[in-house]
Design a binder for this molecule. Structure first.
Ligand SMILES: Nc1ncnc2c1ncn2[C@@H]1O[C@H](COP(=O)(O)OP(=O)(O)OP(=O)(O)O)[C@@H](O)[C@H]1O
Ligand SMILES: O=P(O)(O)OC[C@H]1O[C@H](OP(=O)(O)OP(=O)(O)O)[C@H](O)[C@@H]1O
Ligand SMILES: O=C(O)c1cccnc1
Length: 496
């Protein structure tokens, strides 16, 4: 049975220490200062889509929800924290703080963009509002869970773009993945983003992802000759055989596969496919297709693998390769060309100590792109007359919106456009209210379908690999002016 607890179903008893030490030292500091319950707002967002692409596919929220639901410091966690020592051998944390952690219950409001949604730079994927100590404490786990899966789901969506709607994508990456969970969560995200199946059996069991596969070169090497190896495999799996044909000589391998396919047919079975794993995949797939068709096996699929990614798939397609199943491992599950998404988690608003309202906060940087956006933000996606997205607007939900809306490019305030459309969708949806899960989370299958629908709804120009069109994401003009003013104020306090 696929699980709704993708993370805690695997790791027990507690994952509350899945964090950086500084979250706990800050928590201790806030507690000592009596600041722990000041209401705060944080946003999790990235500043640039990965792979020099035009978008990202949001993923990892189910893990984040699972982690937040289990957030509770157990006795083992507290004993470990109690034993931590500072440089002079002193206990790092006061025992009274550990008692505080023992009783701590998650009480924040969390709003998030659904997994599988197409998202862009600067858009909060998750907004957390609640007691400062708690909202800060969860930063690292949210980032580790969302950054990686968003990265891999995006990679898979790009591979799907290259492969097209009809061919199959099988994810084969476990052996080259970034460790145990790297392998498992990459498989989940790859499936969400567009893969059709995986060789990863644990992921199949955990998430209900179809498991598929062929066999290794060692299978062929374990027999006297290749044909005997294919025969033996066909005996074991008469209706589920895909033969790896390149161990010695690929086209000889295809001829051996055909002979075994003929014997299978004589006993009422059909060969499923052959796999190519080296050499010129265009030439070999075309030749293999010709041989198979001439022998009366047009339905036998041709699987290809060997360090493939979206660029190679595009090239092979352009060259006229006759591949209909793409086995993609290393470059998918490690996001080889960009191994990390730089998602960040920034404080955007803090209640004043006297409770008289919000103080908005910005982290300023030499680069405008790295300067954060203050407010309690929502992302509004405007749709054109044809129902297709035309622009996204970030706005501060704590301020009233003017009747005439204008969005401003946060990177270039001279670029602004009025918002004419009446049709829109608010992307951040309630997930937790005061620590209680209020969302009915979609299944992995539903999230996967969402990716497909979302990507189809955008102009293809944002999906292309080379110089993709930049989809307009702007700040509501009032928010933009306010942010500029706040930046100027923060800069003004620095001596010239
Ligand atoms: N027609 C083609 N056009 C572009 N790239 C191709 C083509 N065919 C294969 N490739 C890619 O070229 C790279 C090298 O493949 P090749 O089989 O020559 O070397 P290899 O991986 O070292 O082989 P082996 O697995 O036998 O060691 C792989 O990433 C493969 O996917
Ligand atoms: O190339 P990737 O996209 O990473 O896809 C997975 C690779 O893993 C296997 O190779 P490996 O040499 O590990 O084992 P094998 O003997 O089964 O080919 C398989 O043959 C693929 O080439
Ligand atoms: O089943 C396969 O063909 C397979 C599985 C893992 C890695 N490479 C290939």
């Amino acid at each position: 049975m696929p699980t709704n607890a993708p993370l805690s179903g695997l790791y027990r008893p507690s994952l509350s220490l899945l964090t950086d030490l500084y979250q706990l030292t800050m928590a201790y500091g806030y507690w000592r200062k009596g600041m722990q319950d000041r209401e705060a707002v944080f946003h999790l967002y990235f500043r640039k889509p990965p792979f020099a692409g035009g978008y990202a596919v949001c993923a990892g929220l189910a893990y984040a929800v699972d982690w937040l639901e289990q957030l509770r410091f157990g006795e083992e966690d507290l004993a470990y924290l109690g034993a931590l020592r500072g440089r002079k051998g002193n206990a790092l944390f006061d025992p009274a703080f550990l008692d505080y952690l023992r009783d701590l219950r998650f009480t924040c409001d969390v709003d998030a963009i659904a997994e599988g949604t197409v998202v862009f730079a600067n858009e909060p994927l998750i907004r957390v509002r609640g007691p400062l100590l708690q909202a800060q404490l969860i930063e690292t786990a949210l980032l580790t869970l969302v950054n990686f899966q968003t990265l891999i789901a995006t990679k898979a969506a790009r591979i799907r773009e290259a492969v097209g709607p009809n061919d199959q994508i099988l994810e084969f990456g476990l052996r080259r993945a970034q460790g145990f969970d790297g392998g498992l969560s990459a498989t989940r995200a790859a499936y969400l983003g567009g893969a059709d199946g995986t060789s990863n059996v644990l992921a199949g069991q955990q998430f209900g992802i179809p498991v598929r596969g062929t066999h290794a070169h060692s299978w062929v090497m374990a027999f006297e000759d290749e044909e005997e190896a294919f025969d033996a495999y066909a005996d074991a799996f008469p209706d589920d055989s895909v033969f790896l044909v390149d161990t010695y000589d690929t086209l000889e391998g295809v001829r051996n596969a055909i002979r075994v396919a003929q014997r299978l047919r004589a006993t009422g079975h059909e060969l499923g496919g052959i796999r190519l794993d080296s050499g010129d995949l265009t030439y070999l797939s075309r030749e293999a297709r010709r041989l198979l068709d001439e022998a009366g096996f047009p339905q036998v699929r041709i699987v290809a693998s060997n360090d493939l990614d979206e660029q190679l798939v595009t090239a092979l397609k352009l060259e006229g390769a006759r591949i209909d199943t793409w086995g993609i491992g290393t470059k998918l599950v490690t996001a080889y060309d960009q191994p990390a998404l730089g998602g960040v988690y920034k404080l955007a608003a803090l209640q004043r100590a006297d409770g008289s309202g919000w103080d908005y906060t910005v982290k300023i940087s030499e680069q405008l792109a790295k300067t954060s956006i203050p407010g309690i933000l929502q992302v509004r996606r405007y749709l054109g007359a044809n129902g297709k997205p035309v622009a996204d607007m970030l706005y501060n939900t704590a301020e009233e919106l003017p009747a005439d809306l204008t969005i401003v490019d946060p990177m270039d305030p001279t670029r602004r456009r009025p918002v004419k459309s009446e049709q829109y969708r608010e992307l951040l949806e309630p997930v937790f209210r005061q620590g209680k899960l209020v969302a009915d989370l979609p299944t992995l299958q539903e999230s996967r379908e969402r990716v497909h629908q979302e990507l189809a709804s955008f102009d293809p120009s944002i999906r292309r690999f080379l110089n993709p069109h930049v989809y307009p994401v702007g700040l509501e003009a009032g928010l933009n002016s306010f942010r500029t003013q706040l930046i100027l104020e923060k800069r003004a306090v620095r001596p010239a």
